[in-house]
Design a protein. Structure first.
Ligand SMILES: [Zn+2]
Length: 214
């Protein structure tokens, strides 16, 4: 399950510029949040810069995890620091994550940097095993629970185009309908004023990244 793609990962130390692309956290309902990310086949200097930048954006937003789709990139990786603070905790990078062996269930409140200010309860497996690679090409194999388990599940969902609001119960979703409408209205107006490109432009950029890394 997913292991073959992990083993095809190659590491390339040549310098490739990210170009003019500036990373920022995109918000619901940006279409890239619904894009299913493809496995990464190579890691280069530009990708390491992207990861560094993702940590910075995550800290600015006081988050504990950030997936590549959330910075409008279609690649299968996410970053985590459970302390949300560069001076504390451990910076972890998960490339091509695969979640297996779910055990138990647990309900807890979640939020998301792509839905700022919105919170809701989500039921998820209590413990999972996560298998991935880090930036050095070392395999990560960990049995996780508590906040760590919830974060890796939330972030892996992002890579599949799934948001935590999709996993809320129907009755809980009714409570956030108004807030989602506000996100949608704001996104529409940002688009109309040129703050967000149209779907075709976004799709073309995602294809370019996929051609380079996937
Ligand atoms: Zn999120």
């Amino acid at each position: 399950m997913g292991h073959v793609s992990l083993e095809r990962l190659t590491y390339n130390r040549e310098i490739i510029h990210v170009g003019e692309y500036v990373l920022e956290i995109i918000t619901y309902p940006h279409p890239t949040l619904r894009h299913k990310s493809k496995p990464i086949k190579r890691v280069d200097t530009a990708l390491r810069e992207v990861v560094r930048e993702m940590f910075e954006l995550m800290y600015e937003a006081k988050g504990v995890g950030l997936a590549a789709n959330q910075v409008d990139l279609p690649i299968r990786l996410f970053v985590v620091n459970l302390e949300a603070d560069p001076a504390k905790g451990e910076e972890l990078v998960f490339i091509n994550p695969v979640i297996r062996m779910p055990k138990g269930t647990e309900e807890n409140e979640e939020g998301c940097l792509s839905l700022p200010g919105l919170y809701g309860n989500v039921v998820r497996p209590k413990k999972v095993r996560i298998n991935a690679y880090n930036l050095q090409g070392e395999e990560i194999n960990a049995d996780v629970e508590g906040l760590f388990s919830r974060v890796v599940q939330h972030e892996t969902d992002h890579l599949d185009g799934v948001l935590f609001i999709d996993r809320m119960t129907e009755s809980a979703k009714v409570d956030i309908d108004g807030e989602l409408d506000m996100f949608e209205t704001e996104f529409k107006s940002r688009r109309e004023t040129g703050g967000v490109p149209n779907d075709a432009v976004i799709a073309a950029r995602l294809s370019e990244w996929e051609a380079k890394y996937c």
